[in-house]
Design a protein around this ligand. Structure first.
Ligand code: UDX
Length: 429
């Protein structure tokens, strides 16, 4: 099938690469000429395990190409996936102007039947607006369908999430569009749920918000564990063994960050509000998320008192492991707090250092994890990179002023750290 992806950001690029991988003929377009040029040279603008190789393989096989023109996309492809950004506005609502602009541009050149598929995360009823817009601006009154096909990939595991998804959701109202979408996803051999467009759009916001609530729930439990001398790791294990609950997304820590959860939770609160529903549960989850970072800072201050003139070794800058993305990263927010309070921050992250330095030039970057400990009053683990477990902690201890470790992700082995002579503080333990 000939497919065009409009918007070659995180979702667009990874989706396009995976469609090409299963044999479709894919054109990824973007209005950023520089990005298109780099992509044609084989350069991927962000780190995602396996993506660069997958793109190279499919470009070489002639199944994947890059361009700038929506007209070319509409001309060459039966299915047009919209994967443009839907950034948050100041008030938390979703800015849909990129989606609207793409809809108008498609309308301007549409001359025979196409399926317009929305992949971007959008408020419920956006599909209706996209259809109206195409109808209104269509010069040749060609036939089309608008479909919602939300994306559930996680950064850091995008390729495996896309190649082996738990489910594929297709929100469509015409048999013709459903048949085309089923053909596109046939190679993935995964359960496909067909719904109406509005329900598909809601599934995305409802799922992300549910996961955020789940994390906030265990983070609240971690606060109760600290107050009652229980261990949140054991509590999460006991809860997770119940198949109705499940163990995933019960990792207590510094709270959720990234380009999706904070934005989608705020958006869903607003969407509900506009529909006359007060989503207090979600507001509370967002508030617990903020508290979690505040409480962690308080814990550090209680232990080392003033941060002014102290040296803090910071392990992790990305919002989670296996990515170089620092958007809405709790690790970055902590670094900013430390610097504002007058501390020197010696930081290391396996992938996110370039992006972090751009956003926070005051960071002292280290070329190895062990080096953050040099002259440090404490070391803080802020991102769940597996490799931090394997650092040479004994040599780090020798470099530190005081052997104090705050593990914001419960990543390290508490017993081992204590045996090595560290004062170790985790979350909810
Ligand atoms: C999320 C959704 O998982 C994905 O389905 C959607 O398409 C986009 O948003 P992503 O933001 O890439 O994906 O990462 P995810 O792995 O969900 O983690 C989000 C945040 O929650 C990270 O800051 C992570 O550190 C935190 N987290 C996750 C926890 O604190 N505890 C957990 O148990 C899981």
């Amino acid at each position: 099938m000939k497919i065009a992806i409009i918007g070659s950001g995180y979702v667009g690029l990874t989706t396009g690469a995976c469609f090409a991988e299963v044999g479709h003929e894919v054109l990824c377009v973007d209005n950023d000429q520089g990005k298109v040029k780099s992509l044609r040279e084989g350069l991927v603008p962000f780190y995602e395990p396996g993506l660069e190789a997958m793109i190279a393989r499919n470009v070489a096989a002639g199944r994947l190409r890059f361009g700038e023109s929506i007209a070319e996309a509409v001309e060459s492809s039966l299915a047009l996936f919209i994967a443009v950004p839907t950034p948050p506005r100041e008030d938390g609502s979703v800015d849909l102007h990129y989606v609207e602009k793409v809809a108008r541009e498609i309308a301007g050149v549409l001359h025979e039947y196409r399926v317009v598929v929305d992949k971007s995360t959008v408020p419920v009823r956006t599909g209706e607006k996209v259809a109206q817009t195409i109808e209104r601006y269509s010069k040749q009154k060609a036939d089309f369908d608008v479909v919602s096909n939300p994306e559930f990939l996680r950064e850091g595991s995008a390729i495996s999430d896309l190649m082996n998804p738990d489910r594929i959701v297709i929100g469509a109202s015409s048999e013709r569009a459903i048949a085309i979408m089923k053909e596109i996803y046939q190679p993935f051999r995964t359960p496909v749920l067909i719904t109406d467009v509005n329900s598909a759009e809601l599934i995305k916001h409802a799922s992300n918000s549910f996961l955020a609530v789940k994390i906030s729930y265990i983070n609240m439990i971690s606060q109760i564990c600290e107050a009652s001398k229980a261990d949140v790791l054991l509590v999460a294990e006991g809860m997770g063994l119940d198949r109705r609950i499940g163990r995933s997304f019960l990792q207590a820590g510094l709270g959720w960050g990234g380009s999706c959860f904070p934005k989608d939770v705020s958006a869903f609160i607003r969407i509900a509000e506009e529909l006359g529903c007060d989503f207090r549960l979600l507001k509370e989850a967002a508030s617990i998320n903020r508290q979690q970072r505040e409480r962690f800072l308080k814990k550090i201050r209680e232990e080392i008192w003033l941060l002014r003139d102290k040296t803090i070794g910071l392990l992790g800058l990305a919002f989670k492991n296996n990515t170089d993305d620092t958007r809405q990263s709790v690790a970055m927010a902590l670094a900013e707090n430390f610097i504002q309070e007058g501390a020197v921050v010696r930081a290391y992250d396996p992938k996110a250092m370039a992006k972090a330095k751009q956003a926070l030039p005051e960071l002292h970057l280290c070329s190895r994890g062990e080096e953050v400990a040099q002259g440090a009053d404490c070391v803080v683990v802020a991102t769940e990179w597996e490799e931090f477990r394997e650092l040479d902690w004994l040599s780090m201890k020798k470099r530190m002023v005081t052997p104090l470790v705050f593990d914001g992700r419960n990543l390290l082995d508490r017993e081992k750290m204590a045996a090595w002579g560290f004062t170790y503080r985790g979350i909810g333990r």
